[in-house]
Design a protein around this ligand. Structure first.
Ligand code: SAH
Ligand code: SF4
Length: 344
């Protein structure tokens, strides 16, 4: 429990009673205490939409034959990083499907080249790999790894992730931590069959894992997937999850996710008002953005990443926050420096 705030148990109670105002007020208070008014930017580069996995919810799953598949070349990746770096961004996230073409050797080369662009943090988000690979990627300069566990319900997890168990996903997260990565995780909200208990357990797992970043994405059914007919759960449920996360994981970075902004125009601002402190402008080359459709209605497909930065600066002002270009390492706690920095 925070010194002046409400306890975890009280927060859970408020969620069960659907009282968002006291929850979001407390979440905002904590976020301001830890990070000031800063909202950190992470530049996202979606480097491949090839994926060997068949998650039932995902628009780029292996069995969606309508997807125009692409892979960015090393030069395209470095160009995207360089443009972002020149605009001031100091954290880059390489995200993609589980694509065997990007062998560890290739990724190692890419990591090294990115680190030569300048002093910036590098996050990878490319799914489960053998533990040995994580070590090699870390040595090549990757600092952080992002991998959501998606849901804490083991049966639901196995079902929606094409047979991959929750246990395997959580083991991968602990391997990443053991290899010295700052680890980001998180979950989707509004999956069919997800109970309040599941959502609460999702938040608890983030706290137990002690992740450096935790993201909440509203599940948005994609018509070209087996879950395309599922009901769209309103954004509000993801806002509850964000506020709970902030109360449970006070010094953890929490992104205001693109999925929230895709579901509702002001979805990301509302997530910031519920304690989120990170935004992820999309630096993927404009020509390919439309082919990385994990869910329909994704925003910012026609804007360059640099236009995104301008737009995001305006948006955060509307919720009394300001953009920060700080690389904001895990649990440094922003300006307040509440706990020890993970030094890199
Ligand atoms: N292949 C990697 C990274 C790419 S997927 C991985 O799976 O970890 C990145 C995230 O997109 C997933 O973690 C999932 O939470 C989210 N996502 C996929 N499909 C979605 C959908 N239909 N609605 C909302 N979020 C989705
Ligand atoms: Fe592949 Fe990730 Fe989509 Fe699953 S969620 S199909 S692993 S890109």
């Amino acid at each position: 429990m925070s010194e002046t705030g409400i306890s975890r148990a009280e927060a859970v109670h408020l969620f069960r009673r659907r009282e968002l105002v006291p929850l979001s007020t407390e979440a905002r208070r904590i976020s301001t205490e830890v990070f000031g008014n800063d909202v950190y930017l992470r530049g996202l580069i979606e480097y491949t939409n090839h994926c060997a996995v068949d998650c039932l919810y995902c628009g780029i799953r292996r069995s969606n034959f309508n997807v125009k598949r692409y892979r960015l070349g090393e030069k395209e990746i470095i160009d995207a990083v360089t443009q972002g770096y020149e605009r001031g961004i100091r954290t880059f996230v390489l995200q993609g499907g589980e694509d065997a073409w990007f062998t560890t050797e290739r990724l190692v080369d890419i990591c090294r080249s990115i680190k030569e662009v300048g002093d910036a943090a590098l996050t990878l988000s490319c799914g489960i790999r053998p533990r040995r690979d994580y070590g090699l990627l870390k040595k090549a300069g990757a600092d952080r790894y992002l991998m959501r566990f998606e849901t804490s319900d083991p049966e639901l997890h196995r079902y929606i992730r094409g047979g991959v168990s929750l246990e395997k996903r959580l083991a991968a997260l602990s391997d990443l931590q053991a290899e010295g990565f700052q680890v980001g995780s998180g979950f989707m909200v509004g999956l069919p069959g997800e109970s309040d208990d599941t959502l609460i357990r999702n938040v608890e797992i983030c706290a137990e894992l002690g992740v450096d970043m935790a993201g909440v994405g509203p599940f948005i059914p994609h018509p070209e997937t087996p879950m395309g007919e599922s009901e769209q759960v309103p954004l509000e449920r993801a806002l509850y999850a964000t506020a709970l996360l902030r109360i449970f994981c006070q010094q953890t970075h929490i992104p205001a996710t693109t999925a929230a902004g895709s579901l509702e125009k002001d979805g990301r601002e509302r997530m910031i008002s519920c304690g989120a402190n990170v935004l992820m402008p999309n630096l993927t080359p404009v020509g390919q953005k439309k082919n990385y459709l994990l869910y329909p209605g994704k925003i910012c497909l026609d804007e360059s990443g640099l236009q995104c930065v301008g737009c995001l600066s305006m948006r955060v002002l509307s919720v009394d926050r300001e953009i920060s270009f700080d690389r904001a390492d895990g649990r440094v706690g922003g300006r307040a420096g509440v706990s020890q920095a993970v030094s890199l």
